[in-house]
Design a binder for this molecule. Structure first.
Ligand SMILES: [Zn+2]
Ligand SMILES: [Zn+2]
Length: 337
């Protein structure tokens, strides 16, 4: 993540809606990928620094949602680029679902920031491409016995990303993490994983690169339900870290892809943050994967050491084996194409 500053000089952060030094209203401009100070102007808003830039605020800027994303004034939408991708939300009659929705949207905005920084298309697909990205946040009977859904599994199908809204509850997510014996389970990670499935359909499936994908990640045509059932029955191979970034990645080629993709997004944003705070130097060219990776390995060593000093678990509980490096490089090269 880049660093942002209010027009008054105060450092401001991605989720902020007001500057706590000068009280300016803040908004995130997805086009510039920047958080800026804005001021009311003729029933709309304008940038304080560049008054000729005019904006509308997302309709969800108030109440619990606190969406700080901006739209251009000639946009016919009332919801921002992020909010309007959400098509189904859990029943807002229940206050806990109001909170969950806000938490989900906050993580989603951060994931989308990463896509914008990588220059990936989000809603600008050719007219004949009918598979559009959308999000469904569903509750199930685990948290609400009278809900219509017995069990909601997070996943992606034909552009629709479904997340179980309970994942927004820290206690549920942490209990699930422990039960599944996972070292890392975050909402942001879920979004990054599921969006990986979405981009697989767009960038790999039916593309010339498909055979290269298959050579690295394996056969995606292997029966998916059977493979998943076998994984949940037997668990990952003992030496899974030699081949995969996570245990779950060993379940199926498509899960390996989504896990590795999510990891690439994690690395990309974290490296950007480290460069922004001058913790590491900006590589001369970010196209060189090995330069990028060696900066990364140094960075996560420090990150984990700092966390242990604080008394926390490792922030980065992953092993990046040679095989995993090759898969990450495949994604890195794809991003630069
Ligand atoms: Zn300020
Ligand atoms: Zn919004």
């Amino acid at each position: 993540m880049r660093r942002f500053y209010c027009h008054c000089g105060q450092e401001i952060f991605f989720d902020n809606t007001y500057c706590n030094s000068c009280n300016s209203i803040l908004g995130f401009d997805p086009e510039q990928q920047k958080l800026i100070s804005i001021e009311p102007y003729k029933g709309q808003f304008r940038s304080v620094k560049n008054p000729e830039k005019r904006y509308k605020r997302c309709v969800h800027h108030q109440h619990q949602m606190q969406c700080n994303w901006l739209l251009s004034t000639d946009d016919h939408f009332t919801q921002c680029l992020s909010c309007r991708l959400t098509r189904v939300i859990p029943n807002q009659v229940y206050p806990y679902n109001v909170k969950r929705w806000a938490v989900l949207e906050s993580a989603k905005r951060r994931m989308l920031y990463g896509l914008l920084r990588l220059g990936l298309p989000i809603d600008n697909w050719p007219a004949d491409d009918i598979q559009r990205l959308q999000f469904h946040f569903l509750e199930d009977q685990i948290s609400n016995p009278i809900d219509g859904h017995e069990q909601v599994l997070s996943g992606h199908a034909a552009g629709v990303i479904t997340l179980n809204a309970s994942e927004a509850d820290n206690s549920y997510r942490e209990a699930t993490r422990e039960a599944m014996n996972e070292p890392y389970r975050t909402l942001l990670g879920h979004f990054r994983h599921e969006i990986g499935h979405f981009y697989w359909d767009k960038l790999i499936k039916d593309q010339s690169i498909y055979n290269d994908f298959k050579a690295l990640f394996g056969d995606d045509t292997v029966d998916y339900p059977k493979a998943l059932a076998a994984y949940y029955e037997a668990g990952p191979p003992e030496d899974f870290q030699q081949e995969y970034i996570s245990a779950y990645a060993s379940a199926h080629a498509l899960e390996d892809w989504a896990e590795t993709w999510a990891h690439y997004l994690l690395m990309h944003e974290t490296l950007e943050t480290a460069v922004a705070f001058e913790v590491i130097r900006q590589p001369e060219t970010d196209r060189e994967f090995h330069v990028w990776l060696s900066e990364w390995m140094q960075l996560v060593l420090v990150l984990n050491a700092l966390n242990r000093s604080i008394g926390n678990a490792d922030a980065y509980p992953f092993v990046v084996s040679t095989k995993v490096q090759k898969k990450l490089q495949f994604i890195h090269d794809l991003m630069h194409r």
